[in-house]
Ligand binder design. Structure first.
Ligand code: BTN
Length: 323
């Protein structure tokens, strides 16, 4: 834990004021070092009251995805222990891939307040203004490359479930990995990996969640198809707490997945999936296919019934519901 984090913890744990002397003693630093740390916290947006002879009192923490905010009370033991924070970055997935290639351990996360060149599926750009949750997880799963979609299934199910549980907003899933609210996209997942012949060397799961900004921020041509949590709830939420819950639930599901226990995950995913059973158009790099979305297979690929008795398995594409 950094000194700044220790000071924050002490401030949070004390009911009222805590003296500079006590803070210095508990964090094993000088009183002037305490004062410097407090100034830095204020610069970051923490509201800290201070009075001579009484000491310091934390009034409010900023709505930022700072490591100390994410780790405050985090129950996950692997995911989020190492947090790389950026106020602005090109893409958290790009950064996480570079860190993974340089040996970053499983559970490392890269988080940013905004992305200047966020990457979406199928090479698309991902709109990532301040107020969203943009982060990437480094994984080192013992999986064959073609089993990787299981991780994307896990991530989309976790995002949908945690957002619904924490906000009360009813979420759905659209194959392969969109989290939706009343048909509008609220979150997307981009899983990328590097593999050897027989197994994944590392994977990066990028999660993009539209949170504390309005739909009006999106370019006009996207506005009808997307939504944000602020738009659905009518109020802002604490983003760091949401990231914390996502990490905890992801860690739990990932541990089951590693043990090969995926049946209940797939069942939960199917229950939330709004496209299964419907007639859909699937756009793939090879062209468009129309049929009934029947199911996902054990690897997470879509089973599309083109006509009775003729089923095609599709591993990547975009689905639109048709009548
Ligand atoms: C999609 O197209 O649905 C996937 C979008 C994934 C966006 C996230 S935001 C965090 C991470 N960094 C990126 O550049 N992309 C992913």
């Amino acid at each position: 834990m950094s000194t700044r984090e220790e000071i924050l913890k002490e401030l949070r744990n004390s009911q009222g004021f805590v003296s500079g002397q006590d803070l210095a003693g508990r964090c094993r630093i000088s009183r002037s070092a305490v004062w410097k740390q407090i100034s830095n916290l204020r610069i970051k947006g923490y509201r800290i009251e201070s009075y001579p002879r009484r000491g310091y009192r934390l009034l409010e923490a900023p709505d930022l995805l700072l490591p100390e905010e994410i780790r405050n009370g985090l129950e996950a033991t692997v995911f989020g222990r190492t947090v790389h924070y950026h106020s602005s970055i090109t893409s958290t997935n790009e950064r996480a891939k570079a860190l993974a290639a340089a040996g970053a351990s499983e559970g490392t996360i890269v988080v940013a307040e905004e992305q200047r060149r966020g990457v979406g599926r199928l090479g698309r750009e991902w709109f990532s203004p301040p107020g969203g949750i943009w982060f990437s997880l480094v994984l080192r799963p013992l999986l064959a490359a073609d089993e990787l979609p299981k991780i994307t299934i896990l991530a989309s199910e976790v995002v949908a479930r945690v957002v619904e549980r924490e906000s009360g907003v009813k979420t759905g899933i659209k194959w392969p990995n969109d989290v939706t609210v009343a048909g509008r996209k609220m979150a997307g997942i981009l899983t990328e990996m590097t593999s050897t012949v027989d197994r994944v060397e590392y994977a990066v799961v990028g999660i993009g969640l539209n949170v504390n900004f309005g739909r009006c921020m999106f370019p006009a041509d996207m506005r009808n198809d997307v939504t944000t949590l602020l738009e659905e709830l009518g109020r802002e939420v604490n983003r760091a707490a949401l990231v914390r819950h996502l990490l905890e639930s992801f860690e739990e599901g990932y541990s089951d997945l590693k043990k090969g226990e995926i049946r209940s995950l797939f069942d939960r995913w199917r229950e939330r999936c709004e496209t299964l059973g419907s007639r859909v158009k699937v756009t793939t790099i090879e062209g468009e296919l129309v049929g009934v979305a029947k199911d996902i297979d054990s690897r997470g690929a879509l089973r599309l019934e083109l006509k009775p008795g003729l089923v095609r398995t599709i591993s990547a594409g975009d689905v639109t519901r048709i009548r």
